[in-house]
Design a protein around this ligand. Structure first.
Ligand code: ACM
Length: 714
């Protein structure tokens, strides 16, 4: 039991460390430590204790038990990052005397030489007295623990330290991946490497490398060089580069699963090898976005001979036990029009294109089995007769995944984790591969291996890909690692902001490239007004960008929409402040000052943005947005004035202000949308109803305002 004095001491510590604690006084205290931590993903069990281990120039790490080059390299990276985050000079290398070391890493053994599905990634961290003890059964477990230790680092005016704590941790799911599509837009090796570092920091363990698409064939084939030579615009990975990336991933305990998407999504294969296609060709590299007709011919033996040679070559290059064969979105239009394919189907009693694709997959499966590879493919490959050794990768949803699990297939979820669709982190966070209401039995649940975030690359360049992946993917990483009860969205966002800054130390450009792109568009350092605008707009969701802003894979990705990021923190803050203000009826003082400041910035940015938009064609699209931004600021300021004065606006005011919102919500060629319109509507309705606030209970008034704001007809 803690004494009252110790509780007070802790409380003061917490107040000094975490100013936001002031507003969370009803949070139950954990026994003896900070009520808040910045750990992401949240570990399985955390118990804070009294005390701290201080970081000073005597800091050092020693290993006990098993050690090897991979562990030692990870410790060196840890030391470099620790030095970068503190003002402490830290000597590289390992200490030989474990008793004198600050951190002792004790591994029981190497684990698998090549990261493997189901490898033990658990670890225990104990920080007490003057020492940190990290104990793990495998090197990968130790790597996970080192990342947690870095996330524990905090500081106060006395210095940097690790708080005393006991952590026991292990992943909930075995397969925690990130798909990177480098086919639609090529990404050089350094982009993959820095993202592998980001993955390791968030304990993700699978890079799903989407290597071939209609728009590009990006792996060197020594057997069939026309594939990459003619299908890639010269933008492909050599086999040496592939090996280097796989080794980089292995060092970080990350598997690399290659995907060769067939029989559809295969135009780029056919540029150099039209003879594999289901129509004569010739073919050229696809420049558009969408679903295209070219598909491999599944009826010809020479196609299987080709695939056997190619996939055998790739099986030797990629050491992982799994190979992804895609299989999605083949509409079979070329098959329908090819008389030879039609007569083959008739002859073999193959009743439709689904059955024909199932036949194709059975042939592929034999090739993979010969190479000791397990097959994984998208939902569509689940057809009668598919052996249950195949893994189903679901882009369709948890129901499809559960149905597959009931039939005995292992599966991973990507539906809900499509980070290319520009949804907020909270939405991905809410998606669980095994939802709380799942009817699966314990045994069926074992088939749900985990999930993967998908970075489809229609609209990303090396400059922008990081900001599409991070920090939102960290929320998905937490869903896949942490216990399912970890669901507090506000706390997730609080930690996500901390993690986002830490990810920058790995060279990730998700934060800084916003300014880089804006400076280039402006041709100047004067980007303040653009930053005000970008703080509350987001790229349009789902696949609307391609509709509102027609482009091809060759178009530049240097517009406002490319600088904009998908989950506006300012809009979230604005929503919170509006809710605070409305909850403070009938005084309307809470957040009023901060709201006025924010709204004034929006209003005042307009003229500067208009001037900028006339200076450079790439900023012309800022003009329409600037007008909306200024109007929104104005509307907000007026609403605020009525509320704080307790005065009702004139009758025609409501309709006029709602029409400002409607104007601001119209689709624009910039493919950007304002993320504050829902909150603005609340503010307008609150102003209209201000007189009622003195006649009703604050709770009833608030409820009435929110209901009216939610239903546009009222
Ligand atoms: C997919 O989104 N077609 C895998």
């Amino acid at each position: 039991m803690k004494t009252q004095k110790a509780v007070m001491k802790f409380l003061l510590l917490a107040l000094s460390l975490f100013p936001s604690f002031v507003s969370a006084q009803d949070t139950p205290l954990l026994s003896g430590g900070p009520v808040q931590h910045n750990l992401m993903p949240v570990p399985t069990a955390v118990r804070f204790l009294e005390g701290r281990v201080v970081i000073d120039k005597t800091f050092g790490v020693a290993t006990k038990g098993h050690t090897d080059a991979r562990l030692q390299a990870a410790i060196e990276r840890f030391l470099t990052r620790l030095k970068g985050r503190t003002n402490v000079t830290i000597t590289p290398g390992l200490k030989t005397d474990a008793a004198a070391a600050t951190v002792v890493v004790q591994c029981s053994g190497p684990g698998s030489g090549i990261p493997a599905l189901g490898e033990d990634e658990s670890y225990e961290l104990k920080i007490s007295g003057t020492q940190v003890q990290l104990v793990a059964p495998t090197v990968v477990g130790a790597l996970r623990g080192l990342e947690t230790l870095l996330q524990l680092l905090i500081s106060d005016r006395d210095g940097y330290y690790f708080p005393a704590v006991e952590i026991k941790d292990q992943p909930r799911f075995r397969w925690r991946g990130l798909l990177i599509d480098i086919a639609r837009h090529y990404q050089p090796p350094e982009v993959l490497k820095r993202n592998l570092d980001g993955m390791a920091a968030l304990k993700l363990n699978v890079l799903h490398w989407h290597l071939t698409e209609d728009q590009g064939f990006r792996v060197e084939s020594k057997k069939f060089p026309r594939l990459h030579q003619m299908g890639s615009d010269g933008l492909f990975y050599t086999q040496e580069q592939i090996k280097e990336i796989i080794e980089y991933a292995r060092q970080r305990g990350i598997r690399v699963v290659p995907e060769f998407d067939i029989p559809g999504h295969a135009t780029s294969w056919l540029v150099g090898h039209p003879e594999l296609g289901s129509a004569p060709g010739p073919y050229t590299i696809e420049r558009g976005a969408g679903i295209f007709e070219p598909a491999l011919d599944p009826t010809r033996e020479d196609v299987y001979k080709f695939l056997e040679t190619f996939l055998t070559e790739m099986a030797a290059l990629f050491p992982d036990a799994y190979m992804h064969i895609g299989g999605d979105e083949n509409e079979g239009k070329q098959w329908d029009r090819n008389p030879k394919i039609q007569s083959f189907m008739k002859e073999k009693g193959i009743k439709d294109n689904h059955a024909l694709q199932a036949y194709f997959n059975q042939r592929l499966l034999k090739i993979l089995e010969k190479n000791d590879k397990k097959m994984i493919g998208w939902d569509e490959i689940l057809q009668p007769g598919l052996p249950t050794s195949t893994v189903i990768h679901s882009w369709r949803g948890t129901q499809a995944l559960a149905d597959a699990a009931r039939k005995g297939y292992d599966g991973i979820l990507s539906n809900g984790y499509y980070i290319d669709l520009s949804f907020p982190a909270a939405q991905h966070y809410a998606m669980d591969p095994i939802p709380p209401d799942s009817a699966l039995t314990e045994n069926e649940r074992k088939h749900i291996l985990g999930g993967e975030a998908t970075m489809w690359a229609e609209w990303v360049s090396p400059e922008t890909i990081d900001s599409r992946i991070w920090p939102r993917t960290a929320a998905i990483a937490e869903r896949l690692w942490s216990p399912p009860i970890v669901t507090d969205v506000d706390d997730m966002y609080r930690r996500l902001a901390v993690v986002s800054v830490q990810l920058e130390e790995l060279g990730l450009t998700h934060q800084r490239n916003v300014d880089v792109l804006l400076r280039r568009m402006a041709g100047s350092n004067e980007i303040g007004p653009l930053k005000v605008l970008l703080s509350i707009v987001e790229p349009v969701k789902e696949y609307r960008r391609g509709q509102q802003r027609p482009a091809t894979m060759l178009s530049p990705l240097t517009g406002l929409v490319d600088a904009a990021i998908p989950d506006s923190a300012a809009a979230r803050q604005f929503a919170k402040m509006v809710d605070g203000l409305i909850s403070d009826a009938p005084r309307f003082q809470t957040s009023a000052v901060e709201l006025r400041k924010m709204l004034t910035e929006w209003r005042d940015a307009e003229p500067a943005l208009i001037a900028l938009s006339e200076r450079s064609p790439s900023l012309a699209e800022a003009k329409a947005l600037a007008k909306d931004l200024g109007n929104l600021g104005e509307v907000g300021l007026e609403s605020l004035s009525y509320l704080t004065a307790g005065v009702s606006p004139p009758n025609e005011w409501h309709a006029a202000k709602i029409s400002v919102l409607e104007e601001a919500s119209k689709p624009k060629s910039s493919a950007l949308e304002f993320a504050v319109l829902t909150s603005m509507r609340k503010l307008i309705v609150a102003a209209v109803e201000v007189k009622q606030a003195t006649k009703m209970s604050p709770i009833e008034w608030r409820k009435m305002v929110l209901e009216r704001a939610a239903s546009p007809s009222k």
